[in-house]
Design a protein around this ligand. Structure first.
Ligand SMILES: *Cc1c(COP(=O)(O)O)cnc(C)c1O
Length: 360
């Protein structure tokens, strides 16, 4: 049996580069509570991404929860059923009601044409995911939000490095959140970020991520513990030095997949125009669920792991109102399969994966 090929694998920098940060951390004995490395990483990310304000937090789920709280969202939130569970679970955790709207058959992102029919007097916001790092129809969503006085949060967990119209994708909406989990393209082991261009909102977010601490003995508003740490920030600082090569490698690997899948009857999402894409995943759409399970089985027999990402739909979770009103998302979630995709993946392995799919 050949070596196991995982569907994803964290990027690890040279160990000694991480260790060189540890000496300083030990010297300072300052491990968390907005230490110098957390501040340095925030500054470097603001600079690298070209965003106005960015707050590091402990993960991408807390980022969503704080974002909703900071915008005082209540009632119904329009969202996509085709995303990772955290997009919906965070809405429910904040005692809001997710209202699922269908996705576009080409981009797999929330379909703006379906949003307005789902708006009620209780709707407070739209939370949309830029699925696989592919930008949503940002202009249309903003037009609808303005017309109905709704807030817009983008779950941009997949989007590190994606640019839309020449700017970081994180610059759009009232707030964008990102995940820096180990399996994401840029990571701090666990971590995340909240991006906004409103300094007052950012001040509120920074209070919220630190228990509401406003000085030692004063609390402003209800808070949570959403802090990052010096050890996490150190991983981010090392990884940030490799980000351009990580992005370039993914583009190259994606091109190799495209080449070997040329004669295979599968398709891929259409990337939004005016986009510099980050190639964060390699999803393929088969023509039927049967084809997906057959390919997945054949690949598993060769010790190659794939993932039905995202299946099932979030509208199938047992804590939401399970109305089935999203036929496009239903179909796509049954036909999608994410293939192995990570920095160390070799061309030979990609060729082998594509041959198995071709013959399945
Ligand atoms: C990874 C992910 C999250 C959650 O991020 P964590 O850092 O793991 O909490 C949220 N939304 C999407 C779309 C994700 O892929």
């Amino acid at each position: 049996m050949e070596d196991k090929i995982p569907v994803t694998q964290p990027f690890l920098p040279p160990q000694e580069e991480y260790e060189s940060f540890l000496d300083d951390i030990w010297d300072r004995n300052w491990l968390t509570n907005n230490g110098p490395l957390v501040q340095e990483l925030e500054d470097k990310l603001i600079d690298y991404l070209g965003v106005k304000e960015l707050s590091l937090v402990s993960n991408g789920t807390v980022a969503l929860q704080i974002a909703m709280k900071a915008l005082n969202l209540e009632g119904e939130i329009i969202t996509t059923p085709f995303s990772y569970v955290a997009t919906t679970s965070s809405i429910v955790w904040e005692n809001n009601t997710p209202v699922f709207v269908d996705i576009h058959p080409d981009t797999f992102n929330l379909n703006p044409q379906k949003i307005e029919e789902a708006i009620t007097p209780k709707t407070s916001a739209i939370i949309a995911t830029h699925v696989y790092g592919n930008p949503c129809d940002i202009e249309e969503i903003q037009t609808i939000a303005n017309r109905h006085d709704l807030k817009v949060i983008y779950d941009a967990a997949h989007c590190f490095g994606t640019k839309y119209k020449g700017k970081s994708i994180f610059n759009y909406g009232d707030i964008s959140t990102c995940s820096f989990h180990a399996t994401k393209l840029f990571h701090t082991v666990e971590g995340g970020a909240i991006v906004t261009d409103d300094p007052d909102l950012q001040r509120k977010i920074n209070l919220m991520r630190n228990f509401g601490h406003d000085g030692l003995n004063n609390f402003t508003g209800v808070g949570i513990n959403g802090k990052s740490s010096e050890l996490h920030a150190a991983m981010g600082l090392v990884n940030l030095q490799y980000i351009d090569s990580v992005l370039a490698q993914r583009k190259k690997l994606s091109g190799i997949y495209d080449h070997y899948l040329k004669e295979v009857d599968v398709s891929k999402p259409t990337i939004q125009s005016h986009t510099e894409y980050n190639f964060s995943y390699y999803p393929v759409l088969f023509n039927s669920e049967r084809e997906v399970t057959r390919a997945q089985k054949k690949l598993a027999e060769a010790n190659i792991q794939t993932r039905r990402y995202f299946f099932p739909l979030l509208s199938e979770l047992d804590y939401v109102d399970r109305k089935n009103t999203t036929p496009v998302a239903n179909r796509i979630s049954k036909q999608i399969l994410c293939l192995p995709f990570y920095h160390e993946l070799s061309e030979q392995t990609i060729e082998r994966i594509c041959k198995i799919i071709k013959n399945s």
